[in-house]
Write a protein that binds this ligand. Structure first.
Ligand SMILES: Cc1cc2nc3c(=O)[nH]c(=O)nc-3n(C[C@H](O)[C@H](O)[C@H](O)COP(=O)(O)OP(=O)(O)OC[C@H]3O[C@@H](n4cnc5c(N)ncnc54)[C@H](O)[C@@H]3O)c2cc1C
Length: 374
């Protein structure tokens, strides 16, 4: 019998919701608090690779997940003009009957994960967070921002890049840093040839097109943004067009359709990697709260979901909490470090314009590492 029977998850994002399903699968009692009153997610897309499809199978969510996005096999690497340089075949890590990769809208992914967590019996409260945490050897007493209280065997901080749990328990000095780059994104009706992830290597910027459904795809471009400048909302379309100016082919044609700044989503890239251990007593962190990476390998959410799979497997076991959390570190630390460091390396190469950089080599290594069992 599991020694952890009641868990509080702080943060209802990709990692927190995945963990809620995983823990409910093992019969643990799960409360989840999400600070947003309106549980909104911005409406562009996300790439989920074979390790995520395998993780979704482990959480028992793979069919509804696959039904909600656009499955594909290969990743195409193209020149800025749109000529194919290389095709990287996908890996069917979840089994031969499942596809290698998926593109999915963030909004749809949120619906898949939140509806599963609710159906499985997670108690979710919105517009609420933790105010105070007091732990002793047997549990954690929590006071919430509405004055209510709870007692838990374990508290999981899944509250993202600016984690309050991290600040409260690990120290306020652990903060994300701006990496020097930003990403512009825009949805378009899916072009028939975008039936796989297409990555376009420019001299100064890198762009990509990813299918999200039969009807939808999204375009992204990463760019150097020295000093992390403020991007005036009304100029976002002009700026995104400018960042795409070196691209021809389909990307060039799409560029000319970018006119409404409200359709452009801009995000400065920030990263953080916290040294082990990722727990203090009975409070543990997962996802961006502890290893926030850039999107260059499309694995940030993948790592958060894998954290959730591993934690839910371990917390179902009959062993002291300290031993379980130590095994969580053994299974997660090096893999997440590899993803964060390799993603940052690619971003640095992009900023330096390093034409001889072995980006494809890193992508292949990432595929090799993430194909290994977690
Ligand atoms: C531009 C960009 C593109 C990306 N593309 C990809 C991709 O293609 N593939 C991929 O795998 N990853 C991608 N990522 C990374 C991915 O988005 C993150 O790694 C992932 O969202 C992390 O999940 P999380 O649950 O840890 O955090 P989040 O998804 O950020 O969730 C945190 C949740 O906690 C809530 N919260 C915050 N503070 C509190 C609080 N105090 N109390 C309660 N709740 C709180 C938030 O409202 C949110 O709901 C990308 C990231 C960026 C920036």
């Amino acid at each position: 019998m599991a020694r952890v029977s009641k868990v509080l998850i702080v943060g209802g994002g990709i990692g927190g919701l995945s963990l809620a399903s995983g823990l409910r699968n093992r019969g643990l009692e799960v409360d989840l608090v999400e600070v947003k009153k309106e549980w909104t997610v911005y409406g562009v897309g996300i790439i989920q690779q074979f390790n995520v499809i395998r993780a979704m199978a482990q959480l028992g969510l793979v069919d509804r997940f696959l039904g909600a996005g656009f499955a594909f096999e290969n990743v195409g690497l193209y020149s800025a003009e749109g000529s194919l340089l290389q095709l990287l075949p996908g890996v069917r890590a979840a089994g031969p009957e499942y596809p290698s990769n998926m593109g999915i809208s963030r909004l749809t992914l949120h619906h898949v994960l939140s509806s599963a967590a609710v159906e499985k019996g997670t108690s979710i409260r919105l517009g609420l967070t933790v105010e105070h945490l007091a732990q002793d050897p047997d549990g954690v007493s929590v006071t919430f921002t509405d004055g209510s209280r709870g007692r838990y065997d374990l508290v999981v901080g899944a509250d993202g890049l600016y984690s309050k749990v991290r600040a409260m328990v690990f120290g306020k000095e652990l903060k994300p840093r701006f990496t020097g780059q930003g990403v512009f994104r825009h949805n378009f009706p899916r072009a028939p040839e975008i039936d796989h992830l297409a990555s376009f290597y420019g001299r100064h910027h890198n762009a990509g097109l990813c299918p999200l459904s039969q009807d939808l795809m999204y375009l992204f471009v990463t760019s150097s943004e020295p000093g992390n400048p403020w991007m005036p909302e009304e100029r976002l379309a002009d700026i995104m067009r400018e960042r795409l100016k070196e691209f021809g082919g389909l990307v060039g044609r799409l560029r000319e359709q970018i006119s409404d700044p409200r359709q452009v989503v801009y995000k400065p890239l920030e990263a953080l990697f916290v040294s082990e251990p990722w727990y203090r007593g009975r409070v543990v962190l997962l996802g961006d709260a502890v290893h926030a990476t850039t999107p260059h390998l499309g694995q940030g959410a993948g790592m958060a979901i894998e954290d959730a799979v591993v934690l839910s497997e371990l917390l179902g076991e009959d062993a002291p909490v300290e031993a379980l959390l130590s095994r969580y570190m053994q299974r997660r630390y090096e893999r997440c470090r590899f993803i964060v460091e390799s993603s940052l390396q690619i971003g640095d190469w992009e900023m330096q314009g390093a034409s001889n950089a072995d980006r494809t080599g890193i992508v292949r290594k990432m595929m090799d590492v993430t194909a290994r069992p977690i």
